[in-house]
Design a protein around this ligand. Structure first.
Ligand code: 13P
Length: 256
């Protein structure tokens, strides 16, 4: 089963509307397929942007085959949830995907396996692509708990989901995020292979083999080729390097 590679940028809490036009102009020029609508057949490129940037980013990105994603959503579609953003709100802005359960949300904003599961179901019901993030902390890795933690997170996120549609998983070891210390390609591949087994056990060979699993954590132009050469690594979720249009364009080219 051939899986189309995905290069996804996560801008986290960075950038302003006034930076968007310049960013995308440089990015498309650098990647070399400005206005090439066929690109999405070969690679999926996506940027998860802050809520304030969505409406302006969509018309700059979508016509060129690049998706805009949210970084988080609430599972309810409306209501008294001060400070939250709903699926109808992001889809109204033209957003077609969302990160769910990023480790920074788990660490600083009380995201749990249970809320990840609710959000994943809500996104699938709204036909928004969920990109569900999982990964162990340094303490957990050093205690030999990587497999147990990742397996628990994957199972919890997929609990009760019979049809995963276009769901994507992102394995992001917490100790590799923003530290400049990427997992080695072999370390990442080992965990990705375990995730692949879980997916096949739950959904069967065909669907289990079709779900993409991205790697995230200090992915850069210098290690991307190594990471993408691994059998079960289907792309990358990129923080810091996705803020620099030339660097991210290099990473996208490596996925082609
Ligand atoms: P860095 O690429 O900056 O390590 O961030 C990874 C990440 O958290 C992407 O979601």
């Amino acid at each position: 089963m051939k899986r189309v590679k995905m290069l996804a940028g996560n801008w986290k809490m960075n950038k302003l509307n006034r930076e968007l036009a310049g960013f995308f102009a440089t990015f498309f020029e650098s990647v070399g397929w400005y206005r090439d609508e066929t690109i999405s057949d070969r690679i999926d490129v996506l940027f998860a942007v802050p809520a304030t940037l969505m409406a302006q980013a969509v018309p700059l990105a979508e016509p060129n085959g690049v998706r805009i994603a949210a970084q988080n959503i609430h599972w309810e579609s409306a209501g008294a949830f001060t400070g939250e953003i709903s699926l109808p709100m992001i889809t109204e802005a033209g957003v077609t995907a969302t990160l769910i359960g990023h480790s920074e949300r788990r660490q600083y904003f009380a995201e749990t396996d249970e809320t990840v599961s609710r959000k994943t179901k809500a996104a699938l019901n709204a036909d928004v692509m969920p990109i569900v993030c999982i990964g162990e902390t340094l303490d957990q890795r050093e205690a030999g708990l990587t497999q147990e933690v990742v397996s628990r997170q994957v199972k919890a996120a997929l609990e009760g989901i019979e049809d995963p549609k276009d769901l994507v998983l992102a394995y992001e070891p917490v100790w590799a995020i923003g530290t400049g210390r990427s997992a080695t390609a072999a370390q990442a591949q080992e965990v990705h292979a375990e995730i692949r087994q879980l997916l096949r056990a739950k959904y069967g060979q065909s669907i289990g083999s079709s779900i993409r699993v991205l790697y995230g954590g200090s992915a850069t132009p210098s290690n991307i080729e190594d990471l993408l050469s691994q059998k079960d690594i289907d792309g990358a979720l990129v923080g810091g390097a996705s803020l620099k249009p030339d660097d991210f364009a290099k990473m996208v080219r490596a996925g082609l």
